[in-house]
Design a protein around this ligand. Structure first.
Ligand code: SF4
Length: 128
Protein backbone atom coordinates (compact mmCIF):
# COMPACT_ATOMS: atom_id res chain seq x y z
CA UNK A 1 0.00 0.00 0.00
CA UNK A 2 1.49 3.28 -1.08
CA UNK A 3 0.16 6.56 0.26
CA UNK A 4 -0.09 8.85 -2.73
CA UNK A 5 -0.69 12.61 -2.82
CA UNK A 6 -1.68 14.59 -5.89
CA UNK A 7 -0.89 18.20 -6.73
CA UNK A 8 -2.82 19.82 -9.52
CA UNK A 9 -2.54 23.13 -11.34
CA UNK A 10 -4.84 25.98 -10.38
CA UNK A 11 -5.59 26.57 -14.05
CA UNK A 12 -7.75 23.43 -14.08
CA UNK A 13 -9.25 23.54 -10.61
CA UNK A 14 -12.64 24.89 -11.73
CA UNK A 15 -12.98 22.63 -14.74
CA UNK A 16 -11.97 19.15 -13.60
CA UNK A 17 -12.74 17.52 -10.23
CA UNK A 18 -9.88 15.05 -10.82
CA UNK A 19 -12.30 12.20 -11.51
CA UNK A 20 -9.89 10.20 -13.64
CA UNK A 21 -6.94 11.01 -11.42
CA UNK A 22 -8.72 9.28 -8.55
CA UNK A 23 -10.15 6.50 -10.71
CA UNK A 24 -6.73 5.51 -12.04
CA UNK A 25 -5.17 5.83 -8.60
CA UNK A 26 -7.67 3.39 -7.11
CA UNK A 27 -7.29 1.06 -10.11
CA UNK A 28 -3.47 1.41 -10.03
CA UNK A 29 -3.42 2.07 -13.76
CA UNK A 30 -1.86 4.76 -15.98
CA UNK A 31 0.47 6.91 -13.84
CA UNK A 32 -0.15 4.69 -10.81
CA UNK A 33 0.58 1.34 -12.49
CA UNK A 34 3.85 0.97 -10.55
CA UNK A 35 2.00 0.42 -7.25
CA UNK A 36 0.31 -2.72 -5.95
CA UNK A 37 -2.32 -0.68 -4.14
CA UNK A 38 -2.75 3.03 -3.37
CA UNK A 39 -4.28 5.01 -0.59
CA UNK A 40 -4.97 8.72 -1.23
CA UNK A 41 -2.94 10.87 1.14
CA UNK A 42 -4.35 14.23 0.08
CA UNK A 43 -4.59 16.84 -2.64
CA UNK A 44 -3.28 20.36 -2.99
CA UNK A 45 -3.57 22.97 -5.71
CA UNK A 46 -0.39 24.57 -6.94
CA UNK A 47 -0.75 28.30 -7.60
CA UNK A 48 1.42 30.21 -10.02
CA UNK A 49 4.32 30.63 -9.93
CA UNK A 50 4.57 27.53 -7.72
CA UNK A 51 6.06 29.09 -4.60
CA UNK A 52 3.55 27.24 -2.39
CA UNK A 53 4.42 23.79 -3.66
CA UNK A 54 7.28 23.00 -1.26
CA UNK A 55 5.16 23.90 1.73
CA UNK A 56 2.31 21.79 0.37
CA UNK A 57 4.67 18.86 -0.05
CA UNK A 58 5.90 19.16 3.54
CA UNK A 59 2.32 19.15 4.80
CA UNK A 60 1.45 16.14 2.64
CA UNK A 61 4.50 14.33 4.00
CA UNK A 62 3.38 15.08 7.56
CA UNK A 63 0.04 13.46 6.64
CA UNK A 64 1.77 10.29 5.53
CA UNK A 65 2.27 10.83 1.79
CA UNK A 66 5.11 8.73 0.38
CA UNK A 67 5.03 10.17 -3.13
CA UNK A 68 3.50 13.12 -4.98
CA UNK A 69 1.94 12.77 -8.41
CA UNK A 70 1.45 15.83 -10.61
CA UNK A 71 -1.63 15.81 -12.81
CA UNK A 72 -1.15 14.86 -16.43
CA UNK A 73 -2.98 18.03 -17.54
CA UNK A 74 -0.12 20.04 -16.02
CA UNK A 75 2.19 18.95 -18.84
CA UNK A 76 -0.08 17.57 -21.59
CA UNK A 77 -3.14 18.67 -23.53
CA UNK A 78 -6.21 16.82 -24.79
CA UNK A 79 -6.28 16.73 -28.58
CA UNK A 80 -8.61 15.04 -31.08
CA UNK A 81 -5.99 12.27 -31.30
CA UNK A 82 -5.71 11.83 -27.51
CA UNK A 83 -3.59 13.38 -24.79
CA UNK A 84 -0.37 14.85 -26.13
CA UNK A 85 2.68 16.15 -24.24
CA UNK A 86 4.46 17.69 -27.24
CA UNK A 87 3.11 21.19 -26.65
CA UNK A 88 2.96 21.23 -22.87
CA UNK A 89 -0.03 21.61 -20.57
CA UNK A 90 -1.18 24.09 -17.94
CA UNK A 91 2.28 24.57 -16.38
CA UNK A 92 5.36 25.76 -18.26
CA UNK A 93 7.80 25.00 -15.44
CA UNK A 94 6.44 21.86 -13.82
CA UNK A 95 9.78 20.08 -14.04
CA UNK A 96 11.66 22.73 -12.06
CA UNK A 97 8.86 23.00 -9.47
CA UNK A 98 8.82 19.22 -8.98
CA UNK A 99 12.61 19.08 -8.68
CA UNK A 100 12.56 21.76 -6.00
CA UNK A 101 9.74 19.96 -4.16
CA UNK A 102 11.69 16.71 -4.12
CA UNK A 103 14.92 18.39 -3.04
CA UNK A 104 13.32 20.33 -0.18
CA UNK A 105 10.67 17.87 1.02
CA UNK A 106 12.46 14.59 0.33
CA UNK A 107 9.34 13.18 -1.34
CA UNK A 108 9.73 11.73 -4.82
CA UNK A 109 7.62 13.36 -7.51
CA UNK A 110 6.02 11.53 -10.40
CA UNK A 111 4.82 13.48 -13.43
CA UNK A 112 1.55 11.89 -14.49
CA UNK A 113 -1.76 10.59 -13.19
CA UNK A 114 -4.61 9.71 -15.58
CA UNK A 115 -4.74 9.38 -19.39
CA UNK A 116 -1.00 9.38 -20.03
CA UNK A 117 0.02 10.54 -23.53
CA UNK A 118 0.78 7.71 -25.94
CA UNK A 119 4.33 6.46 -25.48
CA UNK A 120 4.90 8.48 -22.31
CA UNK A 121 6.39 6.76 -19.25
CA UNK A 122 5.87 8.70 -16.04
CA UNK A 123 8.95 10.71 -15.19
CA UNK A 124 10.11 10.03 -11.64
CA UNK A 125 12.08 12.71 -9.81
CA UNK A 126 13.82 11.48 -6.67
CA UNK A 127 16.77 12.36 -4.50
CA UNK A 128 18.60 9.17 -5.51
S1 SF4 B 1 -5.10 14.84 -15.15
FE1 SF4 B 1 -7.13 14.64 -16.10
S2 SF4 B 1 -8.50 13.93 -14.47
FE2 SF4 B 1 -6.62 14.76 -13.51
S3 SF4 B 1 -7.09 16.93 -13.05
FE3 SF4 B 1 -6.10 16.86 -15.09
S4 SF4 B 1 -7.77 16.75 -16.59
FE4 SF4 B 1 -8.62 16.19 -14.56
Amino acid sequence: MTKVAIIRCEKNENNCPMTNCFKTMMETTEGFARYDTCEPAGVFTCRCPGDNAVNHAKILKSKGAEVIHWCTCSFAKKTPAGWDDKNGGFCDHLESIAQKVTKESGLPCVLGTAHLPKGYSPEIISQD
